[in-house]
Design a protein around this ligand. Sequence first.
Ligand code: ZN
Length: 237
Amino acid sequence: MDDASRSQTALVLFSGGQDSTTCLAWALARFGRVEMLGFDYGQRHAIELACRDRLLDGIRALRADWAQKLGDSHTLQIATLAEISDTALTRDVAITMGADGLPNTFVPGRNLVFLTFAAALAYRRGIAHIIGGMCETDYSGYPDCRDQTIRALNAALNLGMARPFELHTPLMWLDKAATWRLAHDLGGTPLVDLIREHSQTCYLGERGTRHDWGFGCGECPACVLRAKGWREYAGRS
Ligand code: ZN
């Protein structure tokens, strides 16, 4: 990465989950200043928004150079997303698999909405780099996580806002074990431990049970992926 990039600002979609916390560390290792954006859309796991502050405190304590780079943390209220989607992420119903092969946690177009709002905020703040934890390697099959979708949206945003945004998805080709390894490469065991302890992945927003991979119900699709990735990572390290 050249000096110009190092001095630039990035905007990270930061929900307080494992993936977005790893993306935040990735951005801190590469850019001169990093701002964060989270969304409150009535999700059942809104507890993850509360996790963000603890994670940010932990990151500040971890490395002084990262602490200096951390800029504003934004939260946008988009309750409309819950109004127009009838899914297990925003309603109190059981998580099941649909006939289309997607779990009913799928909020149609969620990442398209998130990234479009992120670009609008980045436009206003003069930020060109937007970073998201989308991944099509170890995922629930959501079509808006796919690389092709992100590339198409990047092109649409650049045309529609007449700005040269760069959408970065550092986890796109990583499985969950590799995402834990990336966190270790970026911040060593202290960062891995911070993510285990304070990030929230569970769709049900459970914090009750502490597993070796962190807190969660242990049964929803997000917990199953996180636990499987942790077992593979911990088994090899
Ligand atoms: Zn869970």
